[in-house]
Ligand binder design. Sequence first.
Ligand SMILES: Nc1nc2c(c(=O)[nH]1)N[C@H]1C(S)=C(S)[C@@H](COP(=O)(O)O)O[C@H]1N2
Ligand SMILES: [Mo]
Length: 413
Amino acid sequence: MPHYKPTSRRTFLQQTTLATFSGLLGTEIAFAEHIFEGWTPLALTDLGDPFSLKGKHKDLVVLNDKPINAEVPPHLLNDKITPTDKLFVRNNGIPPIEVDTKNWTLTIEGEAAKQKVVLTLADLKSKFKHYTYQLTLECGGNGRSEFNPPAKGNQWTTGAVGSPKWTGVKLKEVLEYVGINANAIYIGYYGKDTHLSGDPKKVVISRGVPINKALEEESLIAWAMNGEDLPLQNGYPLRLVFSDVPASTSGKWLYKIVVRDRVHDGPKMTGQSYRVPCEPVAAGSTVADEKMCIIEDMPVKSLITYPKTGAVITLGRTLDISGQAWAGKLAIKEMHCSIDYGATWQKCTLDAPANRYAWQHWSAKLSFPQKGYYEIWARATDGNSEMQPMVLPGWNPRGYLNNACHRIAVMVK
Ligand SMILES: Nc1nc2c(c(=O)[nH]1)N[C@H]1C(S)=C(S)[C@@H](COP(=O)(O)O)O[C@H]1N2
Ligand SMILES: [Mo]
């Protein structure tokens, strides 16, 4: 951005430029008559748009503002279906500033595609059936902040997860329309965000999923969340949604899908990204790239979403607690909680999932035997009887897949 010099010969910004800026900002610009040539609205510079979280709940916690990464405190995740303003935001680059939905296209091509097909948004919406599913989206790095030695990256605590309803078309039906060859083994995505370096040729992130995941019933190319257009930060106008894999595979601002005859090798598919050691390693180890395996499913996990940690209650009263639990395709079989550091566990009431890959709401009534400080721990068990660990699971270099039991503190007075 050129810095303006105070000069007596300054020229004022042209009406057309002003109109463009106000269009991009989505509002008129106050005192526009004083603005001179060379000015760019701060909100549109690559310093980051200070209004980028508009529409999101004010209590989201910003972990990074370049790029924007914001997580959701657990007590805001108590809704059975995550409201749009309470879905986390995880960006690796800069979202597109201007989205021209009329001319937005999705291209499907690749070595293992029978042909190259270009579809407009209108084509997608008119040629294919629409489906709505509640699908849990969780960042592979959710829970990273607890690992020791610490892992680099956004220090997510528990809030890079949500389970809204998504509407779109099935990726499977689009791939069938295009035609895929028998040698198809992976798909990859490309999105219209730009690299932090500002280099327009650099791809921010291009991940994907194995073809059998792409062909699942619930794998969507979505344009809506909870019945409305996606918010810009969550991928407007089009994104992929895959559940039970790291959310990094759910490409936002989607404009291209490639059908690959090999494991997709775009940025953040290779090296150590979204990979864990194929065999467990000691904390702090250096692991060679060839000993790191791609994360292809997510572990059993749960959250206590009510009450907020720090609640003070009166002795003799029962406390209604609630939360969410998810385990991908296996679903949650049982939910337990403990007020005595796991010495004894009480079974919780558990809702059935709205559909496969939706998280499950749970609740329990707790009573406390005496006054004092307590911790409430929650533990989910999946359909294979796999349970959340009470302490940190296996350390890994990038800090993925922490599914340790969530706990909150309460005081009984
Ligand atoms: N184009 C694009 N898609 C992307 C990303 C991105 O930076 N660019 N981030 C990924 C990661 S790491 C996650 S966890 C999810 C986050 O989705 P959300 O911001 O809608 O919560 O989007 C994924 N899709
Ligand atoms: Mo992520």
